[in-house]
Design a protein around this ligand. Structure first.
Ligand code: HEC
Ligand code: HEC
Ligand code: HEC
Ligand code: HEC
Ligand code: HEC
Length: 170
């Protein structure tokens, strides 16, 4: 009787451990995967082949906290009149015709209690690639860095930037 109970408890225990490992694994996998976007936009195409600088599209990076995704007018400049059979460009053109913006799924997101600003980092000469990786060869945008506190503080230590808690927290 007692042994039966022990076996059941042990099975329950290992079962829960297994479930935990699977859940963590799944979360990790999801975290690393590029999200599916409404239009299959490729940084590789636009940066490596069309040779556009990052700030042609992310125009606010140097001006404030957020780099921001480009407004539709930036895409329209090249794509509105483009003759194409590419289904993804056709999709973009129908957005443009209807005058509605593409709702891109966010790839990076810091928790609400963290303060971050692009402006200061760019003014200090930190390159986009240092934090976002080799975007020029990404057919789909994905998050490369953990964006965890240790990563921020590590660089602040190396570069002599502030490590005061209130620098990054509100
Ligand atoms: C032709 C315009 C264009 C150019 C040039 C461009 N981007 Fe983007 N970028 C976008 C669009 C549109 C999105 C949103 C769709 C996506 O995530 O793929 C985006 C998304 C991003 C994101 C993710 C935003 C988020 O949701 O967290 C990062 C980071 C980024 N771009 C960095 C760069 C860097 C670095 C460069 C230069 C090497 C660059 N981009 C060049 C248009 C552009
Ligand atoms: C010091 C590291 C760092 C550098 C340098 C950097 N970024 Fe970012 N970027 C981040 C972090 C962290 C986030 C997430 C911010 C958030 O969630 O508020 C982010 C978010 C973004 C986003 C989506 C949210 C937003 O701010 O609009 C875009 C687009 C982006 N970065 C583009 C760029 C481009 C383009 C450059 C270079 C011109 C660049 N970043 C340079 C760290 C960096
Ligand atoms: C400076 C011109 C230019 C700008 C600005 C531009 N594109 Fe493109 N884009 C191109 C060219 C050139 C191609 C390749 C077309 C082809 O091969 O049929 C392309 C291809 C594409 C494709 C097809 C997929 C692929 O990789 O071939 C999509 C989707 C796309 N662009 C979306 C966008 C979006 C969204 C924006 C605005 C954020 C944008 N483009 C801004 C020039 C531009
Ligand atoms: C690759 C290096 C690097 C990384 C990674 C980095 N930073 Fe920084 N950060 C700097 C540098 C250098 C400065 C100093 C700029 C200056 O002195 O004007 C700075 C300045 C700042 C400032 C303004 C400081 C002030 O005195 O007002 C804030 C806020 C900040 N970083 C937050 C963050 C956060 C949050 C992260 C992580 C999500 C992060 N940083 C990641 C290099 C980095
Ligand atoms: C350079 C920027 C930076 C500095 C300095 C910094 N933090 Fe953070 N902190 C972060 C970021 C980014 C996160 C979000 C991490 C994440 O999402 O995993 C964070 C998360 C946290 C959390 C939440 C824990 C968690 O896992 O989400 C606490 C608590 C915290 N920080 C306390 C502090 C204290 C105390 C200090 C001063 C000794 C400090 N931080 C200094 C960037 C910073």
């Amino acid at each position: 009787m007692k042994r039966g109970l022990l076996v059941v408890l042990l099975m329950g225990f290992f079962g829960l451990c297994g479930l935990g490992v699977l859940t963590l694994g799944w979360m990790w996998y999801q975290d690393d995967r590029p999200p599916v976007q409404p239009i299959a936009f490729s940084h590789e195409r636009h940066v490596s082949q069309v040779k556009l600088p990052c700030e042609h599209c992310h125009q606010n990076a140097r001006k404030g906290p957020q780099a921001t995704v480009p407004p539709m007018s930036v895409c329209a400049a090249c794509h509105a009149q483009m003759k194409t059979g590419n289904p993804e460009v056709l999709k973009l053109q129908s957005y443009l015709k209807e005058g509605r913006p593409v709702e891109w799924t966010k790839v990076h997101r810091l928790p609400w209690h963290v303060l971050f600003t692009h402006k200061r980092h760019l003014a200090a000469g930190v390159a986009c690639q240092t934090c976002h990786g080799q975007v020029a060869v990404m057919p789909r945008m994905r998050k490369l860095r953990s964006l965890q506190m240790g990563w921020c503080v590590g660089c602040h230590r190396d570069k002599g930037a502030s490590r005061d808690c209130w620098t990054c927290h509100k």
